[in-house]
Ligand binder design. Structure first.
Ligand code: NOJ
Length: 951
């Protein structure tokens, strides 16, 4: 099966790409709602997944198979929704990366693997069917899912109910918000709410966005019931041990919770792009690269395959995804995250968490929150206003929580002068209260600052010791926490809450059921006792390559310079084309840069199993084509480069820009980039080559935006590809794009400015050892494209920009308000429509009415060129004047594969939440007064269709 088909099959929802030709808008509008028929074939047992499991080790088999099962079951559940509700609108009118080839592959797959003995059940009044043909971690498929869906204990109030503030002489209350009945789950969840009784069965992925809001509350209830039962049998010391990392040798993972009674404890391990510190693992493309795909299927599948590897190694908690917001273009860790837009970042976080957890691994959404620079990361206060906090920095965390993330990691910095890991406002009020997060908060390694952080919302300390480097310095918790509870400073109720939350995360993911043991030692690959060197890679390199191709952004292509067509002679210029001198893993935590850049540096990395350089991959192709291939890797010898490229048909200059975590300094950069100049003399090298060769193509492997104005408009630079950081298959991925095996569809997840100053938001530097830096976020909502739009600053390449080898046209915009589903929320909906802010607390992960599809945007896209390709249509909302919002905000996107001439109707929905602003007085989400419009187009500045939103 083609890889695209495999992805579509894995995505499980059979999303029929509705090819309607050029319908008039009225016809488009009247075609909805339609009955869902496609979902009938939803039980896709991806035979590819099953077979990929077979090639892997024994440990892998069960997890890979379970991936297939979870998707199959999810889609089956979705289909029963369609069957059980008279008012259901079709959620099938969308597109995976479906082409006709994909659709037929799906049908074939469905035909051979339809469930033989379907099981039916009912969750909260909604019936569903699950397949019984798959094995889930050696368990039978639950035969009675409704039993899993009951409340913790019959007759008990739901979790978080009752009210009260902790009293006594202790200095801090558990929380200053009352434990209200929030979060409130709709008592009669109707489509498109998806009551998943386990994160192992997530809602299906759709490239057009979440049409279904997952409801994991039943799963949490069950997990809490088990956790409460377990914790109730523990001594105080045992409860404390669950919360305190084991920080003295011997430990195996970067974070460890020691066994308690017959419970085996927890292994926590980096990173957001693969299993760190091991071997026989995959190094996936970084977060920034999968963000650049704007493709939810790839986001989900990357999470899923990473999850398989974490599980296969015995890791309970994968320390990702990372969702810091790229506020400062130079920020060292931006590449670990998903770019500068809160909506895109939120969608990527959501899909990654669903993917990771679908195979039973706990996700850890990090770093909460406002951690946007490496310099003095433990000695800075990010001073952020309430609206900006809600609308930008917190938003991806809300989405991660909606996906059921078991844990969240608080960050090193302060927020408004209080450390993130003892910040009652962000942890208790916002995360656990307003958002409704039911899992546990762990500290970043060494980010805990006091024992009393427990009452401010911290549940687990990592790595456990006060000092990272001096483990004998003791712990804020451990015996200190025991003493604080013993003497009443911290209540036993809070102690129980901490341990219970942690255990709930464990049960939520079913880790009490045959979870693999840790089989590596993060400190040493040569530990012959513990390191079993289990191969967890399966065929994940395929997805790595596909994401690398789909995440490469074509910025310039003059007169069809690309794709290459059997050039007679090629020269590769620049050290980024080849292998580094010390090999792929020569620098610890990838803290060096002298060859192809596949990832930045720091804890957000993994070991490469191998690293395909562009030179190696292009050489394979040159041999087939009979092209002559030479190279010039001496970045600083520009004269030599200029003479080497003369007379060559095409000169491809490979350049890069690197950054990472602040504990490593590379080439003078303390994590953050000193500037936005490409590394290794790149600007001079490119200009020298372009002066000598009028067909110069530039490929940049960059951790983020760089300033390229000295050569971007040079007419001899005929092509520019911004390839991001693509992981172990970087060379193959870029070769696919250069030669047109992949038609580029990547889009910039940030703005490339003409000058660094244009970004307007910079690193705050200076101070001495004792200084606490103040970082005022005075730009509010206005950084990256929101600032460029607001102040009419022309970027070099705008957010969302990216070219293709084909062309696309957009037609027939139709914007409508969807019929409403849930009678129980009608009053809330009406109030919102009248501009009344949501009640305090609403807006959480479980305020389904706020997150359900509300406005439907429909239009057609046609491939008007000669090559098949994928278009990324983007929806930007223009809020009413006076609302204080930026001119345009991304609120929807899709990835549509089209054959030449093909037309597809695209349907994207927008929930009320995305049409709301945060009201700082009322502390709720509200619809601002005035007229809303939206634009649909190919970037944040390339609008093709615009119309009013009738709300
Ligand atoms: C510190 C980093 O900030 C965090 O992202 C990582 O997970 C931990 N170290 C553990 O390595």
């Amino acid at each position: 099966m083609r890889l695209a088909a495999r992805l579509a099959a894995l995505s499980a929802l059979v999303l029929t790409a509705v090819s309607v030709g050029a319908l008039p808008s009225s016809a488009v509008a009247s075609s909805l709602p339609v009955a869902s028929s496609a979902v009938a074939s939803s039980a896709i047992a991806s035979s590819d997944v099953a077979s990929s499991a077979a090639v892997s080790s024994g440990v892998e088999v069960s997890s890979a198979v379970s991936a297939a099962s979870s998707y199959a079951i999810s889609s089956a559940a979705a289909s029963s929704y369609a069957a059980s509700s008279a008012v259901v609108t079709s959620y099938a009118v969308s597109s995976a990366i479906a082409s006709s080839a994909v659709s037929s592959a799906i049908s074939a797959s469905a035909a051979t693997s339809a469930p033989s003995v379907p099981l039916t059940g009912e969750v909260s009044g909604v019936s569903y069917t699950v397949s019984s043909t798959y094995t889930i971690y050696g368990d039978p498929v639950p035969t009675n899912p409704p039993s899993l869906a009951t409340s913790p204990t019959a007759g008990e109030p739901p979790y978080n109910s009752g009210s009260g503030t902790e009293v006594g002489w202790q200095t801090l209350s558990i929380s200053s918000y009352a434990f209200s009945s929030f979060p409130v789950v709709s008592p009669t969840p109707l489509p498109p709410v998806f009551p998943s009784y386990s994160p192992l069965y997530p809602p299906p992925v759709e490239n057009s966005g979440s049409q279904i809001v997952p409801d994991f509350s039943d799963a949490w209830d069950v997990a809490f019931a088990k956790a409460e039962a377990f914790v109730s049998g523990l001594t105080l010391e045992q409860k404390v041990n669950i919360t305190t990392g084991e920080y003295q040798e011997p430990i195996l993972c970067v974070g460890n919770i020691a066994p308690v009674a017959d419970w085996p404890g927890l292994c926590l391990q980096d990173s957001p792009l693969g299993v760190r510190d091991t071997d026989f693992n995959t190094l996936f493309p970084a977060g920034i690269t999968v963000a650049a795909t704007f493709n939810r299927t790839m986001m989900r599948l990357r999470g899923l395959e990473m999850g398989q590897e974490f599980r296969g190694k015995g890791v309970n908690v994968a320390l990702g995804p990372m969702m810091n917001m790229g506020r400062v273009a130079q920020g060292g860790r931006n590449w670990e995250g998903f770019g500068t837009d809160a909506f895109l970042s939120g969608e990527a976080a959501y899909e990654t968490v669903l993917g990771l957890q679908s195979v039973g691994v706990q996700a850890c959404a990090k770093h909460y929150v406002d951690y946007e620079q490496e310099y003095k990361r433990t000695q800075e206060s990010s001073n952020v206003d309430d609206r900006t906090q809600h609308e930008i920095y917190q938003k991806p965390f809300l989405r991660a929580v909606m996906a059921g993330s078991a844990s969240v990691m608080c960050s090193y910095n302060m927020i408004n002068d209080t450390y993130a890991c003892e910040n009652d406002r962000t942890l208790n009020q916002l995360l656990k209260g307003e958002i409704g997060f039911r899992g546990y908060v762990m500290s970043d390694w060494g980010a805990q600052m006091s024992t009393l952080s427990a009452v401010a919302g911290l549940d687990m300390t990592m790595a456990g010791g006060i000092h990272l480097s001096t483990p004998d310095g003791g712990s804020w918790w451990g015996p200190n926490l025991t003493a604080f509870v013993d003497n009443g400073t911290i209540s036993m109720a809070r102690m129980d809450d901490m341990a219970t939350r942690i255990m709930a995360g464990y049960y939520l993911l079913g880790q009490d059921n045959n979870y693999p043991n840790v089989s590596f030692n993060a400190s040493s690959l040569y530990d012959t006792v513990h390191d079993k060197h289990i191969d967890v890679q399966a065929d994940h390199y395929k997805l790595v390559r596909e994401i690398g191709g789909a995440g490469a952004v074509l910025l310039k292509n003059t007169d069809g310079a690309l794709p290459l067509n059997k050039p007679r002679s090629i020269i590769l210029v620049g050290s980024d084309a080849g292998n580094g001198a010390m090999g792929a893993n020569g620098y610890s935590d990838r803290g060096g840069d002298d060859g192809i850049l596949g990832v930045g540096w720091g804890s957000g990395t993994a070991n490469y199993p191998y690293l395909v350089s562009p030179a190696a991959a292009i050489q394979e192709r040159a041999r087939l084509d009979g092209s002559s291939l030479t190279n010039w890797y001496l970045d600083w010898d520009t004269e030599g480069a200029a003479s080497a490229v003369e007379q060559v048909d095409v000169a491809i200059v490979f350049v890069n820009s690197d950054s990472g975590e602040g504990y490593i300094t590379v080439d003078g950069n303390w994590g953050d980039r000193d500037n936005l100049t490409l590394w290794h003399n790149a600007d001079n090298l490119i200009q020298a080559v372009a002066a000598a060769n009028n067909n110069t193509i530039v490929v940049a492997h960059s951790v983020g935006p760089s300033i390229i104005d000295s050569w971007a408009e040079n007419p001899n630079v005929t092509g520019i590809i911004w390839a991001n950081v693509a992981g172990q298959e970087a060379g193959n991925a870029i070769t696919d794009v250069l030669y047109g095996a992949v038609n580029p569809s990547g889009r910039l997840p940030y703005t490339i400015a003409k000058a660094l100053e244009d970004y307007g938001v910079f690193l705050i530097l200076g101070g001495d050892n004792d200084t606490i830096l103040s970082i005022p976020y005075t730009e509010g909502l206005f950084y990256d494209y929101r600032r460029f739009d607001q102040y009419n600053i022309t970027p070099r390449y705008e957010f969302g920009f990216g070219l293709s080898y084909t062309t696309f046209e957009y037609y027939n915009l139709a914007v409508s308000v969807l019929p409403q589903y849930d009678p129980t929320d009608l009053a809330l909906e009406a109030a919102w429509e009248a501009g009344v802010p949501t009640p305090q607390g609403e807006g959480s992960s479980t305020a389904f009415w706020l997150h359900r599809p509300y406005v439907q945007v429909q239009f057609e896209v046609q491939n008007t060129g000669a090559l098949a390709g994928t278009e990324i249509p983007q929806v930007y909302v223009h809020f009413p004047t006076g609302s204080g919002e930026p001119p345009s905000l991304l609120k929807g996107f899709d990835a549509i594969y089209l054959e030449p001439g093909e037309v597809q109707t695209v349907t994207i929905t927008i929930p009320r939440y995305e049409l709301s602003i945060w009201d700082i007085i009322a502390q709720g989400w509200s619809k601002p007064e005035g007229s809303f419009t939206l634009s649909v187009g190919a970037s944040s500045r390339d609008f093709r269709l615009t119309g009013p939103i009738p709300i």
